[in-house]
Design a protein around this ligand. Structure first.
Ligand SMILES: *Cc1c(COP(=O)(O)O)cnc(C)c1O
Length: 359
């Protein structure tokens, strides 16, 4: 292995704790002394059943979910979730309400519109998704209200969650486990694993069974969340390795002090970076200050002509993945749970050094 230290700000798939990578490598050779690789064992075997149960339990424990909530891990990414949600929660003549706060929210809206009447009740599209809409009304005859807690591409985040008169569904792909949430306020929380929870390949669904299976639609069992929950996430072969590595990461979060500690660390990292963006005249944030994402800070150089020189400097410092999404440009420093504050300090030092040379 190379000894060069890489500071990985990748937006997803993203950095995971080093000890998780070590344990995950070992399990490919021999899962906990079973003599079998995690990759070759039946998902119905005792050792894997224990992995699944532990992963499900840790999701609920870390988020403080009510006992009766169900956890399933499916393939297909959060993008499949965009389609499953209207199928599972919207009645044939019903309607759904959505907040449009960015690229992923927009994709969720498009999928819902394929299934039935879809109302956009809040949007920040007028200002290129640079803020979080507030004070909007959610109609009480909608079957559910869907929003995206953290806008991974545009770098905004709901600091306070909306109050909804109808079941609330949230795509938390990019900030799940980054802070405490009141799970019972949500009918469903879901997210792709590859940003905070684990590797790509699994999507977690945390569901209130009381508000599930009420859409009165005939849906295929493979798309039916109630079916997956009833089968304990084993209706078909689950993404075993992604579930295993997620379990390790969830255990790591618990050992570190849980989501309260993650929130403390994430706040410190975000403050360090945003302070530099605000302090150095070369740089500028791209979003409303009060809505700044703790997970995916975005910023630009006021003089874009300086970008190539800045790029050279951070690449030389071992930094990876801070180029902004192709639809936004500029920079995005994704700072998921496993990114140490030391890496953020390296980036801030590079920004300071660049400002001294060019400022
Ligand atoms: C990355 C991301 C997605 C897409 O996830 P896939 O697993 O690639 O389908 C959806 N929503 C948000 C908020 C994301 O950050």
């Amino acid at each position: 292995m190379s000894s060069t230290k890489v500071h990985n700000f990748s937006a997803g798939p993203c950095i995971l704790p080093k000890e998780v990578f070590e344990k995950a490598s070992q399990a490919v050779l021999d899962l906990e002394g079973s003599g079998l690789s995690i990759l070759e064992m039946s998902h119905r075997s005792k050792p894997f059943e224990a992995v699944m149960a532990k992963a499900q339990g840790l999701v609920k424990e870390l988020l403080g979910a009510p006992d009766n909530y169900e956890v399933v891990f499916l393939g297909g990414g959060a993008s499949l979730g965009f389609h499953l949600i209207p199928l599972n929660y919207m009645r044939p003549n019903g309607k759904a309400a959505y907040a449009n706060t960015g690229e992923w929210a927009g994709r969720a809206i498009k999928e819902s519109a394929r299934v039935g009447e879809t109302l956009v009740v809040a949007s920040s599209e007028d200002k290129n998704f640079s803020y979080i809409p507030k004070g909007f009304e959610i109609p009480n005859d909608a079957d559910y209200f869907h929003f995206t807690s953290n806008n991974t591409i545009f770098g905004t985040q709901f600091k306070a969650f909306p109050k909804s008169p109808v079941p609330m569904i949230c795509d938390m792909s990019s900030d799940i486990f980054s802070r405490p949430v009141n799970v019972k306020d949500f009918a469903l929380i879901y997210g792709g694993a590859q940003k905070n929870m684990g590797p790509a390949g699994a999507t977690v669904y945390l569901m209130d069974p009381e508000r599930l299976g009420k859409s009165d639609r005939k849906i295929s069992p493979v798309l039916d969340l109630k079916n997956h929950a009833a089968k304990g996430s084993m209706y078909n072969t689950p993404p075993v390795y992604a579930v295993y590595v997620s379990m390790l990461t969830l255990q790591w979060m618990k050992d570190q002090g849980g989501v309260v500690e993650m929130e403390r660390r994430n706040a410190a990292k975000a403050k360090l970076l945003y302070d530099a963006v605000d302090r150095l005249p070369l740089f500028q944030g791209t979003t409303a200050v009060e809505d700044r994402s703790v997970m995916n800070p975005t910023f630009v150089m006021k003089d874009a002509a300086l970008e190539p020189a800045f790029d050279e400097l951070w690449k030389a410092a071992g930094i990876n993945g801070i180029r902004g999404h192709r639809s936004v440009g500029g920079y995005r420093a994704s700072m998921y749970n496993a990114l140490p504050i030391e890496s953020v300090q390296v980036l801030v030092d590079v920004m300071d050094e660049f400002a001294k040379k060019r400022g």
